[in-house]
Design a protein around this ligand. Structure first.
Ligand SMILES: [Ca+2]
Ligand SMILES: [Ca+2]
Length: 508
């Protein structure tokens, strides 16, 4: 893992994007929670990698699919009443399944596996990973996190006929007819620099209205510790810029649990901060609780909503890092993995936001957030506990009148430190060179003022032919060309990114 701790060693050995605790290869019968499954916050067996700002877990699920089982996508869709929403229609008479709404996924890429392989389902928009141009197909998920997230948001198997999304054997995500905009920022190791994430957010702002894209939601199943006032933090500012551009930003609160503050950018008050519920491995909802691993935050900032995050079944990226960590044996055919974490919960909410936006395309991000928060249901066990948000109930949100919601927090300037925005997590190359300080991923001096102006104006990216399917070739972000080939010639401190090796692992 190319991350090192500069402070608080115990919890800063992080993969930088939507990391996962890599559980040992323990066979897990489908639908039977494993020991590791039962304790999401603490890796159960001796060899598990504490790798995450968003440490999560994966378990092998196999070929079986029971859409009524705990943790299944079907049950997850019921838990947030998406399955009810699918039976309703928008003003044009189309059923509400997310049709026409684009959801940007800033993650480890997306594998075009069944469920995500329909024409137009995934737009391979941008690949800023170190794998780009290095022999890995553009946008391919070699880590396994992005595909899992994408499946939760918008999977749809080809054999699921319209109107049959709620069938028990239907493999569908929360918004089965939404399309996904693949914004890949990390490769096989799951590591990325904060400037890569910011660049991806900037891309979404600049290209949200490209023909066919209609990018209205941005899923950020990632986060870092906030180490400076969010009003100056560049990552928080990027998220706010997207929000003000009309994009609903959905972010995971983090998997450290307890009173841990929300991660950045979920901690930004504008965005939708999503915590996870634990269904206790049972189908009934009466025993559901806030997941122990879900950051509760502080009085200054709590999660906005909750959604299922325990052992959520979704699509597997064959041959990926998580796949190898979760599969009981190499070569075992399987389509599904179960993932545990607030990454999964955020994906559920991104799907729910897409449903709302199909039904009412005129909604502002503030209104989408208000509708989701107001419609949410208190968990039975938490009904009288202050500061515990409700579980998304998208059917109720759809039934509510559009509120006159306008958030008025102090806007972020983004003029703070890019180094502090890394939250103590750094890329490290094979020679031990650490990417740190007031520089971007190219090692160039970070100019916060000019970046903030470009980002807010949606002009941080140039050179892309709008309306075309975009690859990094020829694209520039603030004067930097993000062509895959340039990675190999990178000369930052003699860095050869392709030689990156896993470092800084902690096993426990
Ligand atoms: Ca339950
Ligand atoms: Ca409700």
């Amino acid at each position: 893992m190319k991350t090192v701790a500069t402070r608080r060693t115990a919890r800063c050995l992080h993969v930088l994007v939507g990391a996962a605790v890599l559980a040992p290869a323990a066979p897990a019968a489908a639908d039977t929670p494993t020991a590791a499954d039962a304790q999401p916050a603490a890796p159960a067996a001796g060899r598990a990698e504490r790798s995450g700002a968003l440490a999560g877990q994966v378990d092998f699920l196999g070929e079986e699919w029971d859409g009524r089982a705990a943790g299944s996508l079907g049950r997850t869709a019921q838990a947030v009443s998406a399955s009810k929403a699918w039976k309703r229609s928008d003003a044009a008479g189309r059923r509400i399944t997310g049709a026409g709404v684009g959801v940007g996924v800033v993650d480890t890429g997306i594998a075009l596996v069944p469920g995500l392989d329909a024409p137009g389902k995934v737009v391979n928009a941008l690949d800023l990973s170190f794998e780009a141009g290095a022999g890995v197909p553009t946008g391919l998920d070699t880590f396994g996190h992005g595909t899992h997230v994408a499946g939760i948001i918008a999977a749809r198997d080809a054999d699921v006929r319209p109107g049959k999304e709620g069938d028990a054997d239907a493999v569908v995500g929360i918004a089965p007819d939404a399309h996904l905009v693949n914004l890949k920022v990390a490769g096989r190791d799951g590591a990325t620099d904060v400037t890569q994430v910011i660049a991806a957010i900037d891309w979404a702002i600049a290209h949200k209205d490209d023909p066919g894209l209609n990018l209205r939601v941005l899923n950020l199943s990632l986060g870092r510790e906030l180490r400076q006032d969010r009003v100056v933090d560049p990552l928080a500012a990027a998220a706010e810029h997207a929000w003000r551009a009309g994009i609903v930003v959905v972010a995971s609160v983090g998997n450290d649990g307890g009173a841990t503050p929300l991660l950045n950018p979920a901690i930004d008050p504008y965005v939708i901060a999503v915590g996870a519920t634990d269904d206790q491995g049972t189908e009934q909802r009466s025993d559901d609780t806030v997941a122990s691993f879900s950051n509760a935050g502080t009085d200054a900032r709590r999660p906005d909503v909750l959604a299922p995050g325990r052992s959520v079944a979704s699509l597997r990226a064959p041959g990926s890092t998580l796949d190898a960590a979760a599969a009981p044996a190499a070569g075992v055919p399987a389509r599904f993995l179960r993932g545990t974490g607030t990454s999964q919960a955020a994906a559920v909410v991104s799907g729910a936001a897409a449903l709302l936006l199909q039904a009412r395309p005129e909604l502002t991000p503030d209104q989408v957030k208000a509708l989701l928060v107001e419609g949410a249901d208190k968990l039975p066990a938490a009904a009288r506990t202050a500061g515990v948000p409700g579980v998304v109930d998208v059917a109720e949100s759809l039934a509510r009148r559009t509120p006159d919601a306008v958030q008025r927090f102090t806007p972020a300037t983004g003029l703070g430190s890019i180094e502090l925005a890394r939250g103590g997590e750094h890329l490290v190359d094979a020679e031990g060179n650490v990417l740190s300080g007031e520089v971007d991923v190219f090692g160039r001096t970070w100019d916060g003022a000019s970046w903030a102006a470009d980002s807010a104006a949606g002009t941080a990216w140039t050179g892309a032919a709008r309306g075309e399917q975009v690859t990094p070739a020829g694209l520039t972000w603030r004067g930097l060309t993000w062509r895959g080939l340039t990675w190999r010639g990178l000369t930052w401190r003699g860095l050869t990114w392709r030689g990156l090796t896993w470092r800084g692992l902690t096993w426990r």
